[in-house]
Design a protein around this ligand. Structure first.
Ligand SMILES: [Cu+2]
Length: 316
């Protein structure tokens, strides 16, 4: 289990995600440097709309808004009953006011839907099917409580975006208290451990190691073009981060376990809930972790700061 499996963090959707918030694999670099710099230089001084949009896209975490960049997440139901296969449907409304029907494939799918109960006691990553009119349908396994849905997609000709929407599930429930940090996750006989510390404003290496019955798992299977998919959700606001390893199955360097490595950078010393999807022997499983980032909430290197956000002069 040498560290040759070091997969560099592949933060696709990340450039715009935590805006210096999460992630940034070596291969990717400070993607947000340029727009963020503009933002800092010009904040509040007649910045034109275009630059404002770019700056916002780079500095606001994903998944917090139901509408962004002209796209809206229209959920057909706001409240559902609990169940293991609850039908859910939605459309992504485009800038022209009509459902988007043309998407670029990202990680082998046109759209990824993440559902998480707000107290972090439930998590699913599914791939809805789209009808010709742009209506997406799927089923979710949901318990009573408040859920957050994230639609992660890239419309043709547009930047990738992740929109968030609320789904309430009927019934009495007992909200779970925040958990202490947890770096070991057991699922269906597999044990996954997370090594590495998240540090605010610094790139951190996270190594996730998969074992079963005490033995390293060295034949993980590709799932959506990678050996692991990591989603990080910030406690408090569920800001969304979708991270993928940089190495690809079959690239001659990336080994199929037991280690899957990510590089992540978070903006603030906050608690994050992380979910790793991995596939073995034909089944996709999810391991869950809680990690609190160390350090102070210093402005990101890009020059952005909390104070710079949100005063978009009318923010359209
Ligand atoms: Cu997906």
């Amino acid at each position: 289990m040498s560290v040759t499996t070091k997969l560099v963090g592949f933060l696709v959707a990340l450039a715009a995600v935590f805006g210096g918030a999460v992630g940034i694999g070596r291969a990717v670099g400070p993607i947000d440097a340029s727009p963020a710099a503009d933002h800092g230089d010009m904040s509040g001084h007649g910045m034109d709309d275009m630059k404002m949009d770019e700056a916002d896209a780079a500095s606001i975490p994903k998944g917090l808004m139901v509408s962004q960049n002209g796209y809206s997440f229209r959920l057909d139901q706001a409240i559902v009953s609990p169940g293991t296969a609850v039908p859910v449907s939605f459309t992504i409304e485009g800038p022209d006011g009509r459902p988007v029907t043309e998407y670029d494939v990202q990680h082998e799918k046109q759209l990824h839907l993440i559902a998480v109960r707000r107290d972090f006691t439930g998590f699913q990553h599914v791939h809805p099917v789209m009808a010709e009119d742009g209506t997406w349908t799927t089923t979710l396994d949901v318990t009573a409580g408040q859920w957050r849905l994230f639609a992660d997609f890239k419309a043709v000709g547009a930047d990738p975006v992740t929109l968030g929407n609320d789904l309430a599930v009927r019934g009495d429930y007992a909200p779970a208290a925040p958990t202490a940090d947890s770096r070991t996750s057991t699922v269906d006989g597999y044990t996954v451990t997370l090594d590495g510390d998240l540090a605010a404003g610094q790139e951190a290496k996270l190594t996730l190691t998969v074992t079963r019955d005490g033995e390293p798992v060295t034949d993980l299977q590709p799932y959506l073009g990678a050996y692991g998919h990591l989603v990080a959700l910030r406690a408090g606001d569920l800001a969304y981060l979708h991270v993928h390893p940089d190495g690809s199955p079959g690239d001659g360097e990336t080994e199929p376990g037991p280690d899957v490595v990510f590089f992540a950078e978070v903006p603030s010393p906050t608690r994050y809930n992380l979910y790793l999807d991995f596939k073995h022997e034909g089944v996709v499983r999810t391991a869950a972790f809680t990690v609190t980032a160390t350090g102070s909430a210093a402005p990101s290197p890009s020059g952005d700061s909390e104070a710079d956000n949100g005063h978009a002069d009318g923010a359209h």
